[in-house]
Design a protein around this ligand. Structure first.
Ligand code: COA
Length: 165
């Protein structure tokens, strides 16, 4: 997808170093290289990057999981778990995260049959909470002490079939 000034495309193996670098620069939640490689191999259609000015400016990576619906604890669904998303500071507020997330959620439906999306977010991460709300996610739960430093997480979720993403 080509939008103004950036291109959203699936990650390539050779992008992984840049993706890891962005993660280290922007988030306290970091992962082993093996973790990135696993998501790249298993769910390539929902591991996307934004190319800006000839470099990787942001990424989103997801895992497709079979789990209880976040809206009805009585049924299992295929869900798109947004594991991590970040945009380099200099490229923020241009709609890059919105475009990456929309495409990843759309692909999770069309390529993997997901019917819900969900994610964890720090309760103080207002930019991210606003981004997710704008896309249709709602807070469905709060997990005390979810993060290593003791901060709580909101679980935010949305049904994917009614979203228009
Ligand atoms: N303050 C308040 N709301 C913000 C915001 C900010 N600093 N940044 C984004 N938003 C909200 C706004 O509603 C915005 O819409 P608007 O620009 O029309 O007002 C909406 O999100 C979409 O913004 P977008 O331009 O698509 O987001 P982005 O490309 O700037 O990326 C993040 C947003 C959260 C991914 C980015 O700030 C980031 O990488 N943060 C560090 C990593 C992180 O926290 N990731 C999420 C972990 S759960």
């Amino acid at each position: 997808m080509k939008l103004e000034g950036f291109l959203i495309r699936p990650v390539r193996y050779e992008d992984l170093d840049e993706v890891i670098e962005i993660n280290l620069k922007t988030l306290p939640e970091n992962y082993s290289r093996f973790f990135y490689e696993e998501l790249y191999k298993r769910f390539p259609k929902t591991f996307l990057v934004a190319e800006v000015e000839g470099r990787i400016g942001g990424y989103v990576m997801c895992r497709i999981e079979r789990c209880l619906s976040k809206f009805s604890k009585l049924r299992f669904v295929k869900s798109c778990h947004v594991v991590s998303i970040a945009v380099l500071e200099e490229y923020r507020r241009r709609g890059i995260a919105t475009a990456m997330l929309k495409e990843a959620l759309r692909n999770s439906m069309t390529e993997y049959g997901a019917t819900e999306g969900f994610l964890e977010v720090r309760v103080t991460n207002i930019p991210a909470i606003n981004l997710y709300r704008k896309l249709g996610f709602r807070i469905v739960d709060r997990i005390r002490g979810y993060y290593l430093d003791g901060e709580d997480a909101y679980i935010m979720a949305m049904p994917l079939n009614q979203t228009g993403v």
